[in-house]
Design a protein around this ligand. Structure first.
Ligand SMILES: [Zn+2]
Length: 125
């Protein structure tokens, strides 16, 4: 799914924007608005799903989106605009992805980091 941070700053090839119904002020307001929207959106997605995040403009909005999705175990692939090509390209990240915990009980899937021997929910062996 292609997601933009805030509508109106730059036109982006996205399915939806995290914040599209109000103006945000730079700084804490932008961070908080985008964080909350990303968290709510992430909770509506399948466990450990991945979104492509198209970002531009406010850096704090981008950080808010990363942190909001992170807080609910959703993977984010940042999509950066390449000025020379005029297109977007994905940014490879060096973090272990969120995956569905293999110790989840049936009907209770939850995310965990790929590297984790056991997740916070399921505890140590
Ligand atoms: Zn678990």
């Amino acid at each position: 799914m292609k997601i933009g941070t805030i509508r109106g700053r730059h036109e982006m090839p996205v399915d939806r924007y995290l914040v599209d119904d109000r103006e945000v002020s730079p700084g804490e307001d932008a961070y908080n608005a985008v964080f909350e929207a990303a968290k709510v959106h992430g909770q509506s997605l399948p466990v450990a799903d991945t979104v492509e995040l198209f970002y531009a403009g406010l850096t704090e909005a981008t950080i808010g989106a990363l942190d909001g999705y992170e807080s609910v175990g959703i993977n984010v692939v940042p999509m950066r605009f390449n000025v020379s090509s005029g297109g977007y390209e994905s940014l490879s990240r060096r973090v272990n992805p969120w995956v569905v915990c293999q110790w989840s009980k049936a009907g209770e899937p939850h995310p965990t980091r790929l590297s984790d021997a056991h997740c916070k929910h399921c505890g140590a062996s």
